[in-house]
Ligand binder design. Structure first.
Ligand code: DHB
Ligand code: MG
Length: 210
């Protein structure tokens, strides 16, 4: 049988037992099976390493899959703050990071990300790397916050910016779709950013604060 591109790529990489375990744990808990693709995970690990980022802000933890990818190349002197709406998801993510030996690198903040972001500003926290993968309606707001809390040169990565094609299907007009369109347009047009939108997986947006 002819392989799909996904099967082909999967076939050439070694099994990642830790991440397979995380995926299984997420399914077992009945959480949505919407972790990032393995290829996006590898890209996040590479970007953290390439950028030398030390202070990372993740918006949307789910079960810790992306958290592990971000933490793996961070080094012991790095730190991730991960914002998660649901306590039960953060508990699962925390357990998975601990099992991966990365638990000391991550601090979970539970509740509406908007409130946590206000709090981070009060604490005068600054970040070198942002990973946005939470409620799509608030992507434009999360981008504003990244611009506010980002150090010069900070990387912004976002998942699902093509929304399985809905983003560029003009017959669709939901609040989430409108919000992601605004996010994409700002990423493309804001003079403070250098960016690209890759048509990989469900749409990967990458930007750098100038
Ligand atoms: C979906 C996928 C995601 O990665 C996400 O963050 C939210 C929703 C989805 O396919 O519905
Ligand atoms: Mg996602």
């Amino acid at each position: 049988m002819k392989k799909t591109v996904k099967e082909y790529i999967q076939s050439i990489y070694p099994q990642d037992e830790m991440l397979d375990k995380v995926k299984a744990g997420i399914i077992k808990k009945g959480m949505p099976n919407i972790s990032i693709s393995p290829g996006f995970g590898r890209l996040l690990s590479m970007l953290v390493k390439l950028s030398g980022a030390k202070q990372v802000l993740e918006i949307g933890a789910l079960g810790g899959y992306s958290g592990i990818c971000l933490a793996r190349e961070l080094g012991k002197d790095g730190n991730i703050i991960s914002l998660e709406l649901k306590q039960e998801y953060a508990d699962v993510a925390k357990k998975h990071l601990a099992e991966a030996g990365l638990g000391d690198l991550v601090e979970y903040r539970i509740g509406d990300a908007k409130d946590s972001l206000v709090q981070l500003e009060k604490e005068e926290r600054k970040f070198d790397f942002f990973f946005i993968d939470a409620d799509k309606e608030n992507y434009p707001l999360y981008l504003e916050w990244a611009l506010k809390l980002g150090n010069p040169g900070a990387i912004i990565a976002a998942d699902n910016t093509l929304m399985r094609g809905r983003t560029y299907d003009e017959s669709i007009d939901s609040p989430a779709v409108q919000a992601v369109r605004r996010f994409n347009e700002q990423l493309a047009q804001d003079d403070r950013l250098q960016s690209t939108l890759l048509p990989a997986f469900d749409g990967i947006s990458l930007a750098m604060i100038k």
